[in-house]
Design a protein around this ligand. Sequence first.
Ligand code: FPP
Length: 251
Amino acid sequence: MDTNANNIDALLNKINLDNLPRHIAIIMDGNGRWAKKRFLPRTAGHKEGVERVKEIVEAVGNIGIPYLTLYAFSTENWGRPKEEIDALMKLLVEYLRKELNTLHKNNVKINILGDLERLPDLPKREVYKAVETTKNNIKMQLNIALNYGGRYEIINGIKSLILDVQNNRIKLDDIDEELFKNYLFTKDQPDPDLLIRPSGEKRISNFLLYQIAYTEFVFTDVYWPDFTTEELYKSIIEYQSRKRRFGGIGE
Ligand code: FPP
């Protein structure tokens, strides 16, 4: 066995399989800086980033974690140069075309968090196809946040909630924190236990604002294109060293 495989096995052995996070969310950051460091165009960073998407989806599924959310494109990302947006959309289409069969075979259900209507036609079609194809799969849910913003999600949920109250589908007194979760894109899913942000940045960037109330955060300096299975395992080990108290005293 090579050293790399030994390292991965050693890390895997340190993970307590009885205390895994049920839901991991990742802000895939640092593609641009990864490319810049190598004197490559930013899109080369995104391309390598897709390789880590494939690797991490597989690793998360293999270890038995049922929910993974990846932040692929935020509502603010429309402010990037057109060529970069086009390149990201193209990578998304390629990813879905190449990986859909494997994901489906592996019983992965693809959900989209975000408003798909603003996406260009081609990625929109591929995304709908992936969602439709995998809708009955149950081993793992892969949420791809696309044209996603946490504040947008909350406002969107509030609007639907108001409509339901106006149409007497629910009563004002029925509204509580649990009921409101049904109005979010993550309906019927547990909140993330662990949120990982690579690339050294330590902010939330409008990601899952309602859902992260008691999430554990792991920030790491590696750029997303370098976020291998080893890095995933290290983040899970770090998560397992935390004492989660959910506002109580943890006894
Ligand atoms: C942030 O890095 C990354 C993004 C805005 C895009 C993430 C998208 C992918 C990895 C590819 C498409 C996704 C899927 C699911 C196939 P950055 O560009 O902000 O990096 P920087 O902060 O170093 O500039």
